[in-house]
Write a protein that binds this ligand. Structure first.
Ligand SMILES: [Mg+2]
Length: 432
């Protein structure tokens, strides 16, 4: 007895897999289905892809038994006129359903070599993980590939050993490899929260301010220790702000004007806003310095420290509670609640030890060129200096990013969208 397919194969019909391939041109599928129709065929499943002008069409069809002899010849003859080859295999064991990919793996590198893909494929195979699909998602500023995979044990926690092995491989070969659960949870992200200093912008604002007091070096050393998690962030911030005592408040505007966005930052925010994301910035830096940039990028939510100013001079104090490690996570939760979102719908991006709680609380925590302590708790790590890699991790491909950019150009008439002003580092530089 033939095995029963779970799909609705018409009684008495036989399942067959038809695969057509050749140059992409109009009319191929119309011709193929004209032949199948003439034989009374039934469509059960279909998938087509066009890759660099090459067409590949696969269909699972049901065929009335008396047509089987002629169908193959008719398909071959008809599709030959379209320079397409066709194979047909009658298969009573035809797999009735597609694989349900449990995870998405995103690979980002410059370059991505065949050796890298080979090693990633081997690690997946070692853990009994099948690759269901590949998709190129980025060719600029780095090469990005998304794999949909099925892990051997798709239950929660079933991918932990694989995740660890991929993280080790990523460090060893210098290519970013992120693995996330596929499905609705991945596609339902709606709020993204960025750390500011060394994430959304280059460098640390406190050091730029301290430079005006002639104490940049000293402050930079304390910042580096705080970001590595070696000293308490809040205490160290008070210490660093104290070095600013007596500075003219005009330095704030001066520093604000000299802020440089991380390459890809503007593109990233614009694309996510176009997709309907709420955007947020939570910073251990200072609201007076970053507010103009927040307004310029049209960020929805912002929290940062407030420098105390008396008689146009910085007092060396911060007003109120400091936005530290715990507060960053608390604000992310507030923004989610205010947007009517669950935490699994949130993404957090940061680089320092003070981002640990925020990245842990988020549905997806992305470490951006981060300190080791943060990478250890993050779901994904980006180690090239382009913020738009975050978009690739979210599965957003380059075509969508470019489309968001074109939309902007056509709908915001009169404003110049300086997409290029945050693209200061070339892919070649990123390799070093
Ligand atoms: Mg930071």
């Amino acid at each position: 007895m033939a095995p029963k397919l779970s799909i609705n194969l018409i009684d008495g019909f036989r399942p067959a897999v038809v695969i057509a391939s050749g140059s992409d041109r109009p009319g191929v599928s119309a011709a193929l289905f004209r032949v199948l129709a003439a034989h009374g065929g039934q469509l059960l499943d279909i998938e087509q892809s066009i890759f660099r002008g090459h067409l590949s069409l696969a269909a699972l069809v049901g065929c009335p038994p008396h047509t089987i002899g002629r169908l193959r010849d008719d398909l071959v003859e008809t599709l030959a006129t379209y320079d397409c080859t066709v194979e047909i295999e009658f298969d009573d064991q035809a797999v009735p359903s597609r694989p349900y990919s449990s995870h998405a793996v995103v690979v980002l590198g410059n370059p991505v070599t065949a050796e890298h893909i080979s090693q990633i494929g081997q690690v997946l195979a070692d853990y009994g993980t099948n690759i269901d699909t590949y998709r190129g998602i980025s060719d600029y500023p780095v090469t990005g590939v998304e794999l949909k995979v099925s892990v051997r044990d798709p239950r929660p926690g079933g991918g932990i050993a694989l995740r660890k092995a991929l993280a080790e491989l990523s460090t060893r070969i210098g290519v970013d490899i992120a693995i996330e659960r596929a499905g609705l949870a991945r596609r339902s992200k709606r709020l993204i929260c960025f750390d500011c200093d060394s994430t959304l912008i280059r460098g640390e604002v406190i050091e730029m301010l301290a430079a005006h007091a002639g104490r940049e070096q000293e402050v930079a050393e304390v910042t580096a220790r705080a970001m590595r998690g070696e000293i308490d962030f809040e205490e160290s911030l008070r210490e660093r702000v104290a070095t600013l005592r007596g500075l003219d408040s005009a330095v704030i505007d001066d520093v604000a004007k000299n802020i440089v966005l991380t390459p890809g930052a503007r593109t990233t925010i614009r694309t996510l806003k176009r997709m309907g994301y709420r955007t947020a910035v939570v910073s251990g830096g200072f609201i007076q310095v970053i507010q103009p940039m927040i307004d310029d990028l049209d960020i929805d939510f912002v929290r940062a420290n407030t420098l105390e100013i008396v008689d146009d001079k910085l007092t060396g104090n911060v007003v109120g509670d400091i936005v530290g490690r715990k507060a960053k996570a608390r604000y992310l939760k507030e923004f989610a609640a205010a947007s009517g979102l669950a935490m699994y719908q949130t993404v957090a991006v940061g680089d320092g030890a003070n981002d640990i709680d925020m990245l842990s609380a988020a549905g997806l925590g992305i470490a951006f060129n981060a300190k080791k302590v943060l990478q250890e708790v993050a779901d994904a790590s980006v180690n090239f200096p382009f913020l738009d890699e975050v978009l690739s991790i979210l599965g957003i491909d380059r075509d969508d990013i470019d489309a968001a950019s074109d939309d902007k150009a056509t709908t915001d008439e009169g404003t110049t969208d300086k997409a290029s002003d945050d693209e200061e580092i070339t892919p070649q530089e990123a390799k070093s």
